[in-house]
Design a protein around this ligand. Structure first.
Ligand SMILES: CC(=O)N[C@H]1[C@@H](OP(=O)(O)OP(=O)(O)OC[C@H]2O[C@@H](n3ccc(=O)[nH]c3=O)[C@H](O)[C@@H]2O)O[C@H](CO)[C@@H](O)[C@@H]1O
Ligand SMILES: C=C(OP(=O)(O)O)C(=O)O
Length: 432
């Protein structure tokens, strides 16, 4: 198990290229199961989760060919990610087994496509995880509305479409869910008739998936709104699609610049997808300039405290909450941060406290009183963004911080130590 050793205190500067978005790439990859023709996806990040999704798709019978492996050398305005050709000529096995699903909750995204194409699918229940219980009831209710018969037993969900396939319908989500919207959108593309998704997720990753489905011939309207209409078709075709830039990775490096009092260019960042984060950083006194190829983020004054509540898009993303909390640990005043999406997403609080942060968490709300300086410590977190929050705190802290369980960061941050090193951070990955 690798760990990241950070000697804090260096102001970061230079350019970092933003990778393709993990949370867009995973559903995009699952979409290959809808078609028997090749789907070419470019700008995919090199991450553990992408490999896990690749394993799952292989298991279902898809072949995956690596077409280009452009690495750190391509920091010249071109997408730095990889291009994969995914081809699911047939679904060899319609069961997503526990051994793969337990590694990654996003595995549930194969349910909609396989059910729609094969008429039946069996997926291991993903279970809870560090940040909350994360049920899949909304996915299942939606699929039932399209006529599926759903059975839960022995840790698996088995879904069967009616004879002749899924049937389009109106689905009203009682709560906004990114994954349920994506699963339903994919399933509805191959359903008979029209589907209307109401209170749908508006996240840019949902829009990216929708655009890819459109390139595959799907008829979808209302992307980016909470009302998505899909006219089902019997088949879709192969397509080429460029995965969007990772707004959460970009936001995390923006915090790295801010917390170290640095000046960093986030090449390839999409400001349109990051409005809530940009607004909050500006409120905190961080300088942000929108440039032709991304964002310049810098700080030369004190950090101001903020009041933040996580919300579905276009609100402030829960996936940036831990990083923002790390930043507020060194602001001049008290910030109030409320986590309104996941019930257990404050695991970083205790670890930040070990670095000298002054935080009181009460239910879903944490009060963060800024301190002059954090101090390095060995820390570990139980999820991806909490780990990033600790790494960011370590960049600003006095002394040495060791972030253990680096595999969490490797799920969502491509070549993290290389990128930080290039910005002048003193970081090192060591095998623990
Ligand atoms: C791979 C991926 O894209 N992951 C993102 C996705 O996760 P994911 O798609 O799992 O998150 P959801 O948007 O579904 O979850 C939002 C809320 O709805 C609840 N819920 C969800 C489904 C369901 O069937 N029933 C239910 O109650 C969840 O417990 C949570 O409280 O969106 C989250 C919210 O932006 C992000 O934090 C994750 O990084
Ligand atoms: C929670 C996250 O991912 P996942 O939904 O894959 O667990 C995340 O990206 O922060």
């Amino acid at each position: 198990m690798d760990k990241l050793i950070i000697r804090g205190g260096r102001a970061l500067s230079g350019t970092v290229r933003v990778s393709g978005a993990k949370n867009a790439a995973l559903p995009l990859m699952a979409a290959c199961l809808l078609i028997d023709e090749p789907l070419r996806l470019s700008n995919l990040p090199r991450l553990a989760d992408i490999a896990t999704m690749g394993d799952l798709l292989n298991h279902h019978g898809a072949s995956i060919t690596l077409e280009g492996a452009v690495g750190a050398e391509a920091l010249d305005g071109q997408p730095s990610g990889r291009s994969l050709l995914l081809t699911a000529r047939r679904i060899a096995d319609s069961t997503a087994p526990y051994d793969i699903v337990r590694k990654m909750r996003a595995s549930i995204l194969v349910l909609g496509p396989i059910l729609a194409r094969e008429g039946q699918a069996r997926v291991s229940l993903p279970g809870g995880c560090a940040i909350g219980t994360r049920p899949i009831d909304l996915h299942l209710k939606g699929l039932k509305a399209l006529g599926a018969d759903v059975d839960l037993s022995a840790g698996y969900v088995t879904a069967r479409a009616p004879k002749g396939g899924l049937i389009g319908n109106r689905v009203v989500f009682p709560k906004v869910s990114v994954g349920a919207t994506e699963n339903l959108m994919m399933a509805a593309c191959l359903a008979r008739g029209e589907t209307l998704l109401e209170n749908a997720a508006r996240e840019p990753e949902v829009v990216d998936l929708g655009r890819c489905l459109q390139a595959m011939g799907a008829r979808i309207e209302g992307l980016g709104t909470d009302r998505i209409e899909i006219a089902g078709q019997t088949t879709l075709n192969g397509a080429d699609h460029l995965c969007m830039a990772d707004r959460i990775e970009a936001g995390s490096y923006a915090v790295a610049a801010a917390i170290t009092g640095g000046d960093v260019m986030l090449a390839g960042a999409d400001p349109a997808a990051m409005e809530a984060v940009i607004t909050m950083l500006r409120e905190a006194g961080v300088g942000i300039e929108v440039k032709a190829d991304g964002l310049r983020v810098f700080r030369d004054g004190p950090l101001q405290p903020i009041t933040l509540v996580t919300q579905p898009y276009p609100g402030f993303p829960t996936d940036m909450q831990a990083q923002m909390m790390a930043l507020m640990c060194v602001a001049s005043g008290a910030s109030v941060i409320t986590e309104a999406i996941f019930e257990n997403r404050f695991m970083h609080v205790q670890e930040l406290a070990r670095m000298g942060a002054d935080i009181t968490a009460n239910g879903a709300t944490a009060t963060v009183r800024g301190v002059e300086r954090l101090t390095g410590a060995p820390v570990m977190a139980t999820d991806l963004r909490a780990s990033m929050g600790l790494a960011l705190a370590g960049l600003a802290a006095k002394g040495v911080t060791e972030v253990h369980r680096l595999y969490h960061l490797d799920r969502g941050y491509e070549r993290i130590e290389e990128k930080l090193l290039a910005l002048g951070a003193d970081v090192e990955r060591v095998a623990a």
